[in-house]
Design a protein around this ligand. Sequence first.
Ligand SMILES: Cc1cc2nc3c(=O)[nH]c(=O)nc-3n(C[C@H](O)[C@H](O)[C@H](O)COP(=O)(O)OP(=O)(O)OC[C@H]3O[C@@H](n4cnc5c(N)ncnc54)[C@H](O)[C@@H]3O)c2cc1C
Length: 288
Amino acid sequence: MKNKIYKKISEFTSIGVGGECRGIFLPETTEKFIKIMQDFDKQSIPYKVIGNGTNLLFSDEFQDYFVISTRKIAKKMSKRNNYVTFSSSVNLFDAYNFCLKNNLSGFEKLASIPGNIGGAIASGASCYGVSIFDNLKNISIYHNGEVRTVSIKQLKKSYHSSCFLENTFIKPKIILSAKFELQVNNPCTIQKTYLNYISKRILTQPYGRSFGCVFKNINGLSAGKLLDECGLKGLQKNDAFISDKHANFIINKSKASFNDIYFLIQTMENKIKEKYNITLEKDVEIIK
Ligand SMILES: Cc1cc2nc3c(=O)[nH]c(=O)nc-3n(C[C@H](O)[C@H](O)[C@H](O)COP(=O)(O)OP(=O)(O)OC[C@H]3O[C@@H](n4cnc5c(N)ncnc54)[C@H](O)[C@@H]3O)c2cc1C
């Protein structure tokens, strides 16, 4: 437990919000990652494992647990026939590039999501009709001192959710690596698809610090469209504002607080309830 240096969670989230915690660990190998978790688990010390921190809103209050970020863990990518295995720290863009080099199709749409393999599986990431679960075969999991392999069939999962989001801070189940079965394809076709979807994203989504969409779509109904119809684009609370490009995005202009962002989230929720009598489900994970 020597390499504990950081404490401020905001430095590890894409929205740039989050108070101090007991300490943030940045292991550089999977072995060190497992060792830290084993030490915590032996004493039932609470901790939260995070990936790229792109789907998280932490409170500004002190968080009485440790955080382990997987972002510095050596990225391992391997291939056998049309199967690829990625460590949880590999981001989706690197996974796409590896597949492109190996003429394998499956990550070209997902590559535009800024998360890593572990975070993407835990949060059930999907976009443009493709889900991280589609080609997933099995995952290697650490839980309470043990490492085991679990097949996709055994995994509880749904739209933008999985059993890993039910993790408590004590002895959580953690993804170490994942194996995918992909389709052989022409690299030009793979790259063209990637460029097509990344351009689409650039055209429709805002730049700036965010955690992606605030709310999930409801049975194919776009939450962004409903929020837009409520006239919420541009609404501001101190340094937090609802993007005028996409009504389901909140941007931190500079020094937005948890309360500024939470105020906007509640306003969005209330407006949708008032106008459509629909209760929106949050896409972002909020940790108070
Ligand atoms: C600009 C922008 C656009 C986005 N667009 C999309 C989109 O199109 N589709 C979409 O689905 N999402 C989107 N997101 C949200 C986010 O990028 C995804 O949910 C992403 O997959 C989260 O990955 P992460 O590594 O950042 O996870 P984090 O945010 O770090 O963590 C998310 C959850 O996963 C858990 N977790 C992380 N690593 C592990 C692990 N190794 N084992 C177990 N649990 C773990 C965390 O504890 C947390 O509960 C977007 C976000 C941004 C900022």
